[in-house]
Write a new protein. Structure first.
Length: 120
């Protein structure tokens, strides 16, 4: 007589339990996907633009540096001599300056681009 039947277990239940156990796999932590792998991310770019026209007099960043939203990145001198500051519009990694010290920037001219990874 079958040992499962002699133990009082219905044959169909023993078969079901056997299938469950056969399908059980133990994964190590190295095999389990990480949250970063399961969560898709996209890279968003944001331009750093001049708030006014003026001569670029100072740069306060280096390409590849991480910046925070609102961080002062550059200084312009307007034609009347008053300063204007270019601020980081978002946090992220800033690219190389597309303008040089001494260049005249028109209003909304792009000085650099900030890349931010956004997870969905």
């Amino acid at each position: 007589m079958n040992s499962a039947v002699s133990a009082g277990i219905k044959p169909w239940a023993a078969c079901f339990v056997g299938l469950l156990l056969a399908g059980t796999h133990h994964h190590s932590a190295a095999q389990a996907p990480s949250l970063a792998q399961l969560t898709p991310s996209v890279t968003v770019t944001q331009p750093v633009q001049a708030p006014a026209s003026g001569r670029l007099t100072d740069l306060f960043f280096t390409a590849g540096e991480r910046v925070q939203r609102g961080q002062i990145l550059a200084k312009l001198l307007r034609s009347d001599g008053s300063p204007a500051y270019l601020l980081a519009p978002s946090p992220g990694r800033i690219g190389a300056a597309q303008q040089h010290l001494g260049d005249w920037l028109a209003v909304h001219a792009t000085l650099a681009v900030i890349e931010t990874k956004v997870t969905r």
